[in-house]
Ligand binder design. Sequence first.
Ligand code: FAD
Length: 467
Amino acid sequence: MKYDVTVIGSGPGGYVAAIRCAQVGLKTAIIEKYSVLGGTCLNVGCIPSKALLDSSEHFHNAAHTFKTHGIELDNLKVNLEQMISRKSGVIKSNNDGIAYLMKKHKIDVYNGLGSFVNKNTIKVTGQDGQEQQIETDKTIIATGSKPVNLPFLPVDKNRIITSTEALSLKEVPKHLIVIGGGVIGLELGSVYARLGAKVSVVEYADAIIATMDRALGKELQRVLKKTLGFEFFLGHKVTGAQVEGDTVKVTAENPKGETITFEGDYCLVSVGRKPYTEGLGLENAGVQMGERGMIAVNDHLETNVPGIYAIGDVVRGAMLAHKAEEEGVLVAEQIVGQKPHINYNLIPGVVYTWPEVAGVGFTEEQLKERGVKYKSGSFPFKASGRAKASMDTDGFVKVLADAQTDEILGVHMIGPRAADMIAEAVVAMEFRASAEDVARMSHAHPTYTEAMKEACLAATENRAIHI
Ligand code: FAD
């Protein structure tokens, strides 16, 4: 078969790229080495983690806040098997949805490992070892990433686990030791803490979610301690882990240089992800690698070989599903001569803990570092009528605006539904709104979004109404 475009990898980068290619009239194929479509995000990432976060949040609320709402339950218990099975059902229904979309757009799906024979020929090796070759004019590599393994932390997938195993545990851990205070560790730690596990987070940096605005990590740390009993060990360098029967012993060096040992029944290693290019045969097409295992691309996401592009987790930038999707669309449109653009500064980052955390644009630390003069306005959820009604009063919205022009430069929030609320900030910043522009727009009452309006009022001239 001969295609205009072949996409390797069916994660959010790959399948979205394939759909956009088909939409703009290109004959398109997609190759996926697993038997189901959707990549990390759908099968072992965004979607299953959110399914478990939702289920566990229901349990936590039923156990801790329903009574205050006047709802009394007896004999509340967790059926983890059912929870995991519901999660699997959510994945399956999305797998089917993507398969349907491929059919709808007449995209040919090949199941098997895709590897370059040369620039225009790709071999697909099925799980049964059967090989077939396809010819292609252009190729989009979207092979994603996999968890980083540290040599002194031997993942046995049983007691020392990655996020993938954490999404399908057979029991609620008694004590889950989470190595890494980033998004994945905190989200999956929250799932099991809500179900009754003691959770200890061991982090090398001096802050959790350290790449986001520092105020967010501080508040999240406070709230997770208060509501879920999380313990944090920041500035701790993990030096080893070993399994003894049903126990995992993790050793770490504390900030004083002393060695301490944590004992738990599970240890989740969530220290980051690395680009995945194994078996792709990039050398056969002459594609050059960049730093840290990434495929090197130019501003148009094209590799050093004309006609071969790479997108998503396998290239530089944030490892986020929506970033991969935007890149997939960009490449497809470029192939047919359009001039799309991505503003990487406006890709929002979200943590789906409760409260949720979200940010877009420059952090306060970045503005200081760059010497930009800015104004800051904050509004706490404890002053929001909507948040009081739902008893979700932790957190705040912080708006950073240019000191002279009032243009919004960054929005950082922690609070109820922050993951959804950040969209307003992205829209405002895409259209280069000033803080006063947003402050003068009507926000429905009572909603959490009023906190955004109030923070903009605070940033404009310190004229928030409700604080
Ligand atoms: P992937 O989704 O990794 O897909 C790559 C695909 O390529 C895979 O299916 C792989 O099997 C296939 N492949 C690889 N090599 C070959 C080959 N040679 N031939 C054929 N197929 C191949 N991001 C968010 O934005 N929001 C979240 O809430 C979120 N939560 C996450 C939670 C967890 C636990 C994890 C692990 C990640 C999460 N992420 C989240 C990150 C998100 O999953 C990734 O950023 C996203 O999946 C990257 O998309 P991609 O298309 O680049 O690659």
